[in-house]
Design a protein around this ligand. Structure first.
Ligand code: GDP
Ligand code: GDP
Length: 454
């Protein structure tokens, strides 16, 4: 990774006149052979000279200058630690403490292919007592398959493991970003990545009012469409104004030309719906509030949840809903939409324009939760308390335990629970329900999978 970066050019950018205090110090500690030296070489790009004026650096503790995204720091390799010392635990403690004492942050390296050993745990005890930030490096994670396994190092209690391959460079950029974050001087804030309008699928069974809503929202004027900066709008898409913002309604050509009901069989209509959902980030599923929720509505809702897209329900034709219908509709919603109590709902009328602007905040909320990342430390703290308060029921004389968990991804949020054995589906649903209550995932499907220990 560092081979791509011109370190000398970055160095020149620092400028002579810039105030440069002493560089912060990062100590690398861990058992022999876990890859500390390899990691240090990776970080310094094998180019930097030994630094000699760092206090506490002795023969066996070598310090180097390092540079990452324009910031200087000193990295201290503790490679010379003696594994065969008679009082092994004492040697480890002394090494860890000496390194920690001179450091602003500590990289604690563990061989992820071996897992946490007794020696690792002894070192952790020392490190945890320090007030210094410790980053847990899960080294020798050479491929994606090993990455999820490396998450078992959560058990060390040092927080999130950073999966890295010091040898090949995998993950070291993320690690260095985290190192800079842990160091005293904060990195300069990055400008957020600009992006085009969010992609929305407008779907629903025939006659719910998709074309009517599209007509109300869309900008048919291609001049306006083309003027939206930095976007290429597919000819099958439409740009729409909702809540004073521009949204990209995907795959709406069929709706514009009204071929939907004229020529499409239900089979083809369903294929088009699926394609639109897959092309979108969030789906507005239109329902006809004046009619019962049908099988076809349910199938479209399932398509959205199965594709893992964010979801907003729009109950259309609200102008036709009177007191009585409203009463029955609420009962119907309770009964028929039980599977998706998390879906956001807006009652609109494409005909009168009622509340269509309210789709915008609902779309934003659904998208924000769809992309939400729960800090892993916070997540595990919460989960530990939850499984303590409500343990898994006993099965065949024993109860499987949830050990720890991690958010494996977003869009939609995906969580992996590591456990001592298979978990009941009911218990997993319970965890998901509590997870939703705690961290607010309204408007998005959430995936929870279990990884029983072998
Ligand atoms: P140290 O004693 O902790 O400094 O460990 P070294 O850096 O000397 O590495 C010990 C051994 O592990 C060497 O053979 C390295 O090539 C190997 N090694 C280090 N990092 C990795 C890695 O990310 N993946 C693999 N597969 N091997 C690694
Ligand atoms: P699509 O098949 O989903 O595209 O539905 P259309 O937009 O073609 O609408 C089907 C019928 O419902 C048309 O007769 C529309 O005029 C009517 N319609 C659509 N939206 C509303 C609404 O909000 N209120 C009322 N009363 N009628 C609507």
């Amino acid at each position: 990774f560092l081979d791509d970066v011109d370190l000398d050019a970055e160095r020149a950018d620092l400028g002579d006149g810039e105030p440069q205090g002493p560089a912060p110090v990062v100590a690398v500690v861990g058992r022999p052979n876990v890859g500390k030296s390899t990691l240090v070489n990776r970080i310094i790009g094998r180019r930097q000279a030994v630094v000699e004026d760092v206090p506490g650096v002795t023969r066996d503790r070598v310090a180097y200058d390092a540079l990452w995204t324009g910031r200087r720091f000193t990295i201290v390799d503790t490679g010379g630690w003696e594994p065969d010392a008679r009082d092994r635990a004492a040697a480890i403690a002394a090494q860890a403490e000496a390194a920690v004492a001179t450091a602003d942050a500590v990289l604690f390296v563990v061989d992820a292919r071996v897992g946490a050993t007794d020696v690792d745990e002894a070192a952790v005890k020392m490190l945890r007592r320090s007030a210094k930030p410790v980053l847990l490096v899960a080294n020798k994670v050479d491929n994606a398959a090993q990455e999820i396994e490396s998450m078992s190092l959560w058990s060390l209690g040092l927080g999130q493991p950073y999966p890295v391959s010091a040898l090949h460079g995998r993950g070291s950029g993320d690690l260095l970003d985290a190192v800079l974050e842990a160091l005293p001087v904060p990195a300069p804030a990055e400008a957020p990545r600009p992006r085009g309008p969010r992609r929305v699928a407008l779907v629903g069974r025939p006659n719910v009012g998709k074309s009517s809503l599209l007509n109300r929202l869309s900008q048919e004027d291609r001049a306006v469409v083309d003027a939206v900066a930095g976007t290429t709008v597919d000819p099958v898409d439409s740009l729409a104004q909702i809540g004073g913002e521009t949204w990209q309604l995907v795959d709406t050509a069929g709706l514009r030309k009204r071929v939907g009901q004229a020529s499409g069989t239900e089979y083809f209509a369903s294929l088009r719906t699926k394609a639109a959902i897959d092309a979108a980030e969030v789906a507005i599923v239109l329902l006809d509030a004046s009619e019962p929720i049908s099988e076809q509505d349910q199938r479209i809702l399932s398509m959205v949840t199965e594709s893992g897209r964010a979801l907003v329900l729009a109950f259309n034709k609200w102008d036709l809903v009177d007191e009585d219908r409203r009463y029955f509709l609420e009962r119907e919603v309770e009964r028929e939409l039980r599977r998706i109590p998390w879906a956001l709902r807006v009652n609109v009328s494409a005909k009168t324009g009622r509340a269509v602007e309210r789709l915008a905040p609902a779309l934003h909320q659904a998208l924000a939760n769809w992309e939400k990342r729960v800090p892993t430390g916070q997540f595990n703290q919460w989960l530990t308390a939850l499984v303590q308060a409500t343990p898994h029921p006993i099965r065949g004389g024993r109860a499987p335990k949830v050990l720890f968990a991690t958010q494996a991804g977003t869009s939609p949020p995906r969580f992996v629970l590591f456990s001592t054995g298979p978990l009941d589906a009911g218990y997993v649903r319970f965890v998901e329900r509590k997870l939703r209550e705690e961290f607010d995932f309204e408007g998005t499907p959430v995936e929870v999978t279990v990884r029983p220990r072998k």
